[in-house]
Design a protein around this ligand. Sequence first.
Ligand code: COI
Length: 438
Amino acid sequence: MAWHKCCRRIAFQRFPCDSRAGQTRSTHSSALHFYQNKQLDLYAAKEAHRLTLRQLVFFGRSMDEERLIKSANYVRTELPVRIAHRIRDLQALPYIVVTQEGVAKVYELYWLAFEKFRRYPPVMNLEDNQKFCEFLENILNEHAPVIPSLSLGLSLSSPHLSPELLDSFMHRMLVSRISRRVLAEHHLALSKAVMASGKDSENEHHVGIIYPGLSVKRSIDKCTNVLRERTHAVEDDNGVLVSNRGWPEVAIEGHLDTKFAFIREHLEYILFELLKNAMRASVLKHRNKPDLPKIIATIVAGDNDVGIRISDQGGGLSTTRINSPSDLFSFSHERNATRLDIARLGALRSASSRGIKATVAEQLDHWPSRENDGLSGDNPERDAGIGPHPRIGLGLPMSNIFATYFGGSLQLVSMDGWGVDVYLRLPKLGTNLEGIEL
Ligand code: COI
């Protein structure tokens, strides 16, 4: 092993044991490190067992106790493999990165989760599964700081990493995180349905967290209504209030009856973010005019994909701070100069200490409201009680990750001086494997 790589490993290997206060260096702790890293090697040598959306639906249909227990044990054994791969990624970071605020926190969370899953006993019956679900819920909550912490740590490290390395690392970490949360949340939703009905998890509208007949128009309408019904203060990039008027209408055209199987929370997260950006830009650009131009959402159901285009007249993306629209997805300050803005780092720091989950429910919690709206109404994360919307610059990168997870894409095209067209493409057959790296 190269000298520098060896040093990095040693730097990181301290964390899992040193997290306990007052732990002294001893032969015992070295042996423990050695043992834990051996375990990590074993898990990191395994390939993740990736799934398609269709497999998740098929397996979740006609759920009974036996299948639920199978699902629990798949999650129990699959998650430590996926976490082990990402611990290895963290260990390969340069030393200067691992010492940044936020990165060590994520490393420690991952080690703890890895150890907990690895040691978790097999789930044998519904009673065990109930306990396993509580365990999963706790870990999902404990990991709420992961995205802002990583984003903070990697933003601070940006001067020390090439943009390619930084962005590919973040992409792997974030897609893998989505994948783990999907498996855990799908199992929780299946369990909830089985427990509620006593036998059958199949619900009229969803199988676990997947909606086999998700209406695109309905989701656009919901996101639009939420945004338009809420308070309308718009600040410019310096935090100065420039408008408090109503937000623009959204006209929906194209194949209005398009339905496909997808994770509703992911689709609505993306739509909410895109519509919010389009509305905000339109208000800023036309703040002195009596009428706001409508935003046009076009839905197209192709043979293999669902396409959604959102067009605004908000003036486009012309700014000296990015070179191309795709730089908005980047975590590198070389591609996106806003990444090192002091206000953003401060907002990330506070998001990192209280945690965020990057769900549509949370987008709403961040959004000042007059009243609750009913979007994702049955989601307990609604009650997280998180303060006003911090502009931490994660909405677009996360939307890109949600779009690409099952093989879709998100592309922004700017007509500088006029507006932006955003093209979202999502596969509709559900046959693509999860886009995680092994
Ligand atoms: C995460 O949210 O980062 C996770 O890895 C969650 C998973 C352990 C259930």
